[in-house]
Write a protein that binds this ligand. Structure first.
Ligand code: SF4
Ligand code: SF4
Length: 258
């Protein structure tokens, strides 16, 4: 009998696999979803690899090599709905730090035979090369948000992922603001929520692992942090984390690089 369940595929480009581990970590919650989908391709989890086309594709990792470009284009052809997951896939990841430097210099230092390395000058988000239907932020992604997105597409609905700042969650939890109370630099005002404001809950500033929220006022936050005595260099570094090549964080870091 023909299997009519939607086919789900999970792909990887250049990354640490952390977001795929978030999928495995969602095992209990996914059991309910698993009844509704056929996991047709997920090499990290199973040797069963069915060919496309797939109804839903999840793609982790940034585009950093010519092979990644080809693979991303093929994945787009194979998937009806394509969702990028994590900071690498949506913003180039930590590996995008090389985008401000000469990558050839790095390969000379790191590899004994750099002539065998074929890489692009920059690490870029997947959406720079192909159309993606939804970008889920986070380093790694929040498993509950991931399940929400999968379930939404299974039901032909728009995902309902909040795009407000980490500050909102801080207020909801009744956290003492580390910026106001202790003068600790915090990217919470410009970072998208999704983590439950973990870091400020433990008296630490947010370093932006969920990437920019909708319409972030990065220049106002940067001026505020500068007025608290941080150096321009440290402010540049604050915006150059896992989401350094997201446009708002990239632009703000470049303002403070000068
Ligand atoms: S601690 Fe950070 S995230 Fe929380 S309210 Fe203050 S600035 Fe916002
Ligand atoms: S760095 Fe910011 S976004 Fe990441 S877990 Fe901490 S509070 Fe959340």
């Amino acid at each position: 009998m023909k299997n009519k369940k939607p086919k789900l595929a999970v792909f990887k480009l250049s990354s640490c696999d952390g977001c795929q581990l978030s999928i495995l970590d969602a095992e209990d919650e996914l059991l309910a979803v698993l009844g509704a989908v056929d996991i047709a391709y997920f090499p990290e989890a199973s040797s069963r690899m069915l060919p496309g086309p797939y109804d839903i594709g999840l793609i982790e990792g940034s585009v950093t090599t010519p092979h990644d470009v080809e693979l991303a284009r093929q994945i787009r052809k194979d998937c009806k709905v394509l969702i990028t997951i994590g900071a690498c896939a949506t913003a180039g990841g930590i590996q995008a730090l090389r985008n401000w430097k000469d990558v050839k210099e790095f390969t000379k230092i790191v590899y004994a035979h750099p002539q065998y390395i074929s890489t692009l000058d920059r690490s870029m988000p997947v959406a720079s090369f192909i159309h993606v239907d939804f970008e889920l932020r986070g380093c790694p992604v929040n498993k509950y948000q991931l399940i929400d997105v999968i379930v939404a597409y299974l039901n032909n609905k728009k995902p309902n992922i909040t795009s407000h700042s980490v500050c909102m969650e801080c207020k909801q939890k009744g956290n003492v603001c580390v910026m106001v109370a202790h003068g600790t630099p915090c990217l919470g005002p410009v970072t998208q929520t999704g983590c439950g404001s973990i870091c400020p809950s433990y008296d630490r500033g947010c370093y932006g692992c969920f990437g920019p929220m909708d319409s972030p006022n990065t220049s106002s936050l940067a001026r505020n942090i500068e007025a608290r005595g941080e150096t321009k260099y440290d402010i540049m570094l604050a915006f150059r984390g896992f989401n350094a090549y997201s446009e708002p964080f990239r632009k703000e870091s470049e303002v403070y690089e000068k």
